[in-house]
Design a protein. Structure first.
Lengths: 476, 316
């Protein structure tokens, strides 16, 4: 049982737009005489698009029609059709995510990106996808150490830290190579936060000034210092906090970073020393790369070569956004695929007895109403400690009791467990509901409250379903 | 402590000290016993064996229980002294319950790993030689029949007899079981009685519920004592089942003694090739969770009925 699926990744970033097609191989890795264990055993990028400057309609709007054109021409060049694709992700990253018409862009692409494609952005997910595309997770696992990937793009720097293969934290700052642009030897654009950052260090610059490499280098050194603070190598000052995007948080203080990898557009300017034409990209990317490379604190860390640099995020989106569920699950096939299902999480505390389990579902359900109406929701929990047959029966009763509203609605009952109980629990739910309600009961997936998940059509002869967790990919 | 018991204890001690039984030793014992009995159970009561330099303190009896060494998790046990990188070794050990990184005393095992090894070996032997508690079997709603083996010894030495039902068993099954069921499930002790006790309460009802959820009819389940896998062929012929499924204790190892397997066959007949059986193995608390395995087995049976094949003829 070996199946190949194709996946697409589209990254619409602040400065560049890219697309990759990947091949994922899923296979049963368990022996012949045991219960199957299907996992993704191979991930390979089979087509990389050209790197386009992100087409903009105005300073704050993406040109959706031009994006659509780019994607269409790349499909043609790759010889790929939307129906060939089983999974993937479109992400609008960086500064662009704050652009007004993100939804319009995603809509324009939806008919071209296959039947099962995510449309999402979010700084945490971006950081994780970039790091996985850069191979930071594998590097940290192989070398048994703690590695941070700094995805330094045009508008933002997305940081994700991996310790021995496990994700430990993410953050995202407004530091990037195109936050100051240069045209014909003059400064043509300054991002307000950077203007303020420079001013606080007594450097005044304005649009129209001559692009003085020395002054701009000073600013880049300050930006690099801020990255060192974000990595928790240096004590933070009051100003630092304002540099996080979407009021994001700092990484925890004892994160213990030992090594770094770089990805994003600026990464190549860090790895390769080439100061021949400082403004060859029309921005401060080359200077910022030099400043990071020469930063006395960061250069004290071990440096690893990233597997992907400028393409890390798109490769991450194309190959690392999909997981597969556990291999013994129960689902009503007619209700798949499911897209954008918000997660109702039962906390570990509420899982300790069945009464509070029911309560937790019932009290949280109204939070998922939209305009007073019930919405589709996935009930997620660990299931640890409830793996015996009798306990599973009681768990099923508790779910049915708490989710009465879901059961009375037209939506299927969607249950996501971490522990390997999906099939037994699905059977119990079906029997207790007298087969009158479509049930999707999967396991092997850890989802957190506030996450959104997609559950795709069954793979590997119906053994597993692909799952994309759109907020954070925590599953190992 | 009674003086008689005390005498036995002291004699044991002396024997271990290689004291030849003789008048002197007997005297010593008598003296010691008298001494000890004088203040029974009193603290500070000393056992002194004159001329031997022996001084025993019988009050040194610890209350409570010895720690159960079978409770030690092999994945986390690490006994190497002065390790170069304990953390890295521990990470590797966490992946599998192997007896690695357990240190050494000269060329030999340390006492604790040696005892653990013997405890695991004993558990394995117990799993084979003990019988499944009959009350437990009845509590699972099963009646008991036996193969042509009359004892564990016969069972272990005569595999052929473990594959045939006794004449009484044939009569009981004929009388008590539903005829021509779609699926006949039964439990057998096989080589691990411990596996039956550990897994059946979760595994059997999970299979039954799974089959019910697929609307597949099942026969009357029962228990076969001294049963080997192939007795399922005779069972299948006897009740006229489309699919027969035996849940049987696996040969125990030193990691677990409670592993169970399911051997499932479509239209099994006596003398059919072994290749016609489909197996689901490694069902135990640290392997495949029994309740989830039961749900999986139910689905395999469903597929088997659809495809009318089992074993190597059935691609799952």
């Amino acid at each position: 049982m070996r199946q190949e699926i194709k996946s697409i990744g589209i990254d619409i970033g602040t400065s560049t737009t890219q697309l990759v097609f990947s091949r994922l191989v899923i296979e049963n890795v368990a022996g012949s005489y045991t219960v199957p264990r299907v996992s993704i055993v191979e991930k390979e990028v089979i087509y990389r698009s050209k790197i386009y400057f992100t087409p903009l309609r105005s300073a704050s709007e993406i040109d959706a029609d031009k994006i659509k054109e780019i994607v269409r021409s790349e499909y043609q060049a790759a010889g790929m059709k939307p129906e060939d694709l089983s999974t993937g992700a479109v992400i609008i990253t960086g500064e662009t995510a704050r652009k007004k018409n993100a939804n319009e862009v995603l809509e324009a692409l939806s008919d071209m990106a296959g039947d099962f494609v995510v449309a999402t952005a979010g700084p945490d997910l971006e950081s994780v996808l970039a790091a996985r595309g850069a191979g930071t997770d594998a590097i940290s696992e192989e070398n048994r150490t703690t590695v941070a990937n700094l995805d330094i793009g045009g508008g933002t720097t997305n940081i994700a830290v991996y310790e021995k293969g496990a994700m430990k934290g993410t953050c995202c700052l407004d530091i990037g190579g195109r936050l100051i642009k240069v045209e014909n030897g003059k400064i043509s654009y300054i991002f307000h936060k950077i203007e303020k950052l420079a001013a606080n260090h007594g450097i005044r610059i304005a649009v129209g000034d001559r692009a003085d490499p020395e002054i701009l280098m000073k600013i880049c050194r300050i930006m690099a210092d801020e990255l060192a603070i974000a990595l928790r190598l240096v004590q933070a000052d009051d100003e630092h906090r304002s540099l996080y995007t979407n009021d994001g948080k700092m990484m925890r203080e004892d994160i213990g970073i030992k090594a770094v990898t770089y990805s994003g557009g600026v990464a190549d300017c860090i790895y390769q020393e080439d100061d021949s034409d400082l403004f060859r990209y029309g921005d401060i990317g080359v200077l910022l790369g030099k400043a990071v490379r020469e930063n006395p604190t960061i250069s004290g860390l071990k440096l690893y070569q990233a597997k992907e640099t400028i393409r890390a995020t798109v490769v991450g989106a194309g190959t690392h956004s999909t997981d597969v569920s556990g291999s013994t699950i129960r689902y009503d096939k007619s209700r798949l695929p499911l897209k954008n299902v918000p997660v109702l999480k039962i906390s570990e505390d509420d899982e300790t007895d069945f009464e509070s389990f029911s309560q937790a579902i019932a009290t949280q359900l109204p939070l998922f109403y939209t305009e007073g109406r019930m919405e589709q929701v996935a009930i997620a929990f660990s299931g640890r400690g409830w793996t015996g047959f009798q306990q599973i029966q009681k768990l099923a009763s508790a779910i049915i009791k708490g989710a009465r509203e879901v059961i009375e609605s037209s939506y299927p009952l969607i249950v996501v467990a971490e522990c390997d109980i999906g099939k037994a629990l699905g059977n119990a739910l079906n029997i207790q509901l007298d087969f009158k309600k479509p049930v999707i009961c999967i396991d092997g997936i850890r989802a957190a409250g506030g996450d959104y998940i997609d559950i795709g059509e069954p793979l590997a002869g119906g053994t597993v379903v692909p799952v994309v967790n759109k907020t954070l990919v925590f599953n190992s | 402590m009674e003086s008689k018991d005390l005498r036995t204890v002291i004699e044991e001690v002396l024997k271990e000290m290689n004291l030849k039984p003789g008048a002197e030793a007997a005297d010593s014992v008598s003296t010691a016993v008298k001494e000890a009995v004088r203040v029974p159970g009193g603290s500070g009561c000393q056992l002194v064996i004159p001329g031997k330099g022996v001084s025993l303190d019988p009050s040194y009896i610890e209350e409570g229980e010895l720690p159960d060494i079978t409770e030690i998790d092999l994945r986390t046990q690490y006994l190497v002294e002065n390790p170069v990188n304990k953390e890295a070794y521990a990470e590797q050990k966490a992946a599998a319950p192997c007896r690695l990184g357990i240190g050494k005393a000269g060329a030999r095992y340390k006492t604790l790993p040696q005892l653990e090894f013997r405890a695991a070996h004993s558990a394995a032997q117990d799993a084979v030689f003990n019988d499944v508690d009959e009350e437990f079997i009845e509590s699972q709603g099963l009646f008991i029949v036996q193969t042509q083996c009359d004892s564990k010894d016969t069972y272990l030495t005569r595999p052929d007899l473990g594959r045939k039902l006794s004449p009484e068993a044939v009569e009981t099954i004929k009388a008590k079981c539903k005829k021509n069921p779609t699926v006949q499930i039964y439990v057998a002790d096989g080589l691990s009685s411990a596996a039956v006790a550990a897994n059946i309460p979760d595994l059997l009802p999970a299979i039954m519920q799974g089959l019910q959820s697929y609307h597949i009819e099942t026969g009357t389940p029962f228990f076969v004592k001294y049963g080997r896998v192939a007795v399922e062929d005779e069972v299948s012929e006897l009740v006229g089942a489309d699919v027969v499924c035996t849940l049987i204790g696996e040969r125990p190892g030193l990691i677990t003694a409670t592993s169970m397997s399911a051997y499932i066959a479509y239209k099994a007949t006596v003398g059919m090739p072994e290749a016609r059986r489909t197996v689901v193995s490694n069902i135990h608390s640290a392997g495949t969770n029994p309740a989830e395995a039961g749900a999986h087995i139910a689905e395999i049976i469903k597929i088997m009925l659809e495809k009318k094949a089992s074993g190597t003829d059935l691609k799952l």
